[in-house]
Design a protein around this ligand. Sequence first.
Ligand SMILES: *Cc1c(COP(=O)(O)O)cnc(C)c1O
Length: 428
Amino acid sequence: MTTNNSISLFERAQQSIPGGVNSPVRAFKSVGGTPVFMERAKGAYLYDADGNRYIDYIASWGPMILGHAYEPVVRAIQQKAEGSTSFGAPTLLEIEMAELIRSMTKNVDLIRMVSSGTEACMSALRLARGYTGRNKFIKFEGCYHGHADAFLVKAGSGLATFDIQTVPGITGGVSNDTLTCAYNDLNAVQALVAANKNEIAAIILEPVAGNMGCILPEPGFVEGLRRICDEEKIVLIFDEVMTGFRLSAGGAQETLHIDADLVCYGKVIGAGMPVGAFGGKKEIMSHIAPLGSVYQAGTLSGNPLAMIAGYTLLKTLKDNPAIYQELSDKTAYLHAGLQKVLEAHGKPFVINRKGSMISIHFSDKPVTDFATAAAADNAYFNRFFHAMLSRGIYLPPSAFESWFLNNALTYADLDETIHAAEESLKAL
Ligand SMILES: *Cc1c(COP(=O)(O)O)cnc(C)c1O
């Protein structure tokens, strides 16, 4: 497979874009080599600037849950664009979007649209602080909640990929209010809460983590957080930017049978357009401006193209719950196939999976938090990544990212992927 066009595009990109990319993980820095420049995509396949075809396991980091260029979404965007791309004034479509999400999630009374997952998490945290009158909050090592200042402490994802511990430009005053614990460590949460009695506004987490590879909450972990938050009047925030509308129509809340106080959405909610949202109980959400005094705004929030794309996708997901079973079955099939070739190969590994999220860590111990994810042989993953890429399989370019399946994947695609994994491992 030749990638000459990608190589020259990357050189050109670096002349005018920092590092040649508009989001760091795209630069392939941790896995090495040149990022592949994409030209178009259809269904489960990406096509790069050299005309190579890849089976896609990123799905734009989640949104393309039904595959790329899903026709109803593309048509809806085209039609909507004729009626203007933005008004800066309210529209019926925004009501329909909010009503649709409310119908899919039983504890979201009010929901506010924003333009990214970052904005959603940032706004939910501000709201939790405004509502409780407290400053501190707890996040978990390896969980990523976007790039707002307060969250860029032990933040997984691209920061873990680049081994960034502290971020220049973020003041001590901001990060001092960010308390961190290991994921799945309920005792550590309890100790932090006791040591900061009546000072903690919120606990925020990825209810199934995807930014240190895929990591599942252990039985009792999320339930324990819910109990602590109830006892201490702390706002429990589920960052469902990855899991929302992916694990099930009702997201991780539905899958794990836990109601958060505030929920953040992104990724799938916009079907590939820039959309995020945060919502929750009326009692808390009514503190947001203009109802309340916690300010939050956005010129392009509720943008008509973004809303019609998201609405069309979410409505399809709501009306066709079998999609989730299909996705889960495909992911389980991939899991079983990879398991078999990895076992035959002999290198220790761990596969974590929930619904259509899955990842491999080359580890001989269970991977349950950031420390165990970081202790895996991630240099080996990087070589595996390139071996797969050269065989037309596009995995996330970092061991600290979950893979996302899309429902356009066929069983033939999955077989091709498993076969490529077998060949890749032989070549390593
Ligand atoms: C991607 C992601 C975000 C940030 O969303 P952006 O749209 O990239 O700003 C926040 N939280 C989680 C869990 C994510 O995966």
